[in-house]
Design a protein around this ligand. Structure first.
Ligand SMILES: [Zn+2]
Length: 274
């Protein structure tokens, strides 16, 4: 009997050691920041996808929204954040930004109804030339071509007040490797076209692949183009008030194979995995 208990203890200790090696539970809780979640596709990943971790199932997404709600987080949009910076209205006590990159049709089919049911808001970064079409920047051998949002869906989501849109360039090229005049075109042309089409200021911008966010001339071009908030894919939680001069807003990549413990650690520690 004593031997059996000792064995259980040893198993428990081994499990704890395993958990500590993988998870950042020991990091201090981040306070005074605004977690910005980064999603791409909601749903079940298609056969042949090499990007399965960028697909979050509808059930997991809803569990994550439920957790945010239960823990007192209030989702905001870029415009809410802009208005707070202008002193027009305060941010909620625990703000969170829920962002989606690229503009897939599954954002309309699954993310939008879920957000609406939970009374929450999200922001979607659009690739202008891919809308009403497909994800042409992916090699179909590694990620099948997917339907992107239609302009009618974008219009409906914007009118609902649930979704605000931002820019993710014209073509989803890697800004770190493009000549600067083309970088400027990607930034300014997408902002102008989206503003003409949607009748709203494009306040937020996300760098495709996160590329260029840490290249000073590219980042300067993004801010010169008139975006108020630029978003990288660097893992972490940017503090409030955000120091615009220091770096692009950090985000938390939400992976398809994340557990709820990963999600909680991301939200509270700024990182789940080592
Ligand atoms: Zn992207």
């Amino acid at each position: 009997m004593i031997g059996a208990l000792a064995a259980v203890g040893a198993v428990g200790a081994a499990a704890a050691a395993g958990a500590s090696a993988r998870w950042n539970w020991w990091r201090p809780v981040v306070t005074g920041g605004m977690p910005t979640l980064m999603y791409h596709k909601i749903g079940d990943y298609p056969p042949g996808s090499n990007l399965a971790k960028l697909w979050v199932t509808d059930a997991d997404f809803r569990r994550q929204l439920a957790w945010l709600k239960a823990n007192g987080y209030e989702s905001i949009t870029f415009a809410d954040w802009r208005d707070a910076e202008k002193g027009l209205k305060p941010l909620p006590a625990k703000p969170v930004l829920i962002t989606f990159d690229d503009g897939y049709m599954n954002n309309y089919e699954l993310a939008y109804p879920a957000l609406r049911e939970f009374g929450m808001k999200g922001c979607v970064f659009l690739v202008y030339e891919a809308m009403d079409a497909h994800n042409a920047w992916h090699d179909p051998a590694g990620e099948p071509w997917l339907k992107m949002l239609t302009w009618a869906q974008i219009d409906e989501m914007q009118r609902s007040g649930v979704i605000e849109f931002g820019s993710h360039t014209m073509k989803h090229r890697n800004l770190a490797t493009l000549p600067l005049d083309q970088v400027r075109w990607e930034l300014t042309e997408s902002k102008k076209r989206l503003e003409d089409k949607l009748g709203r200021e494009m306040v937020g911008f996300a760098y495709p692949y996160g590329s260029g966010a840490y290249k000073p001339d590219v980042r300067a071009a993004a801010l010169e183009a008139g975006y108020r908030f630029d978003f990288s894919i660097k893992q972490g939680i940017s503090r409030l008030p955000w120091d615009r001069k220091a770096e692009a807003v950090r985000r938390l990549l939400i992976r398809g194979d994340d557990t709820m413990l990963d999600f909680r650690l991301n939200l509270t520690r700024g990182r789940a995995r080592l």
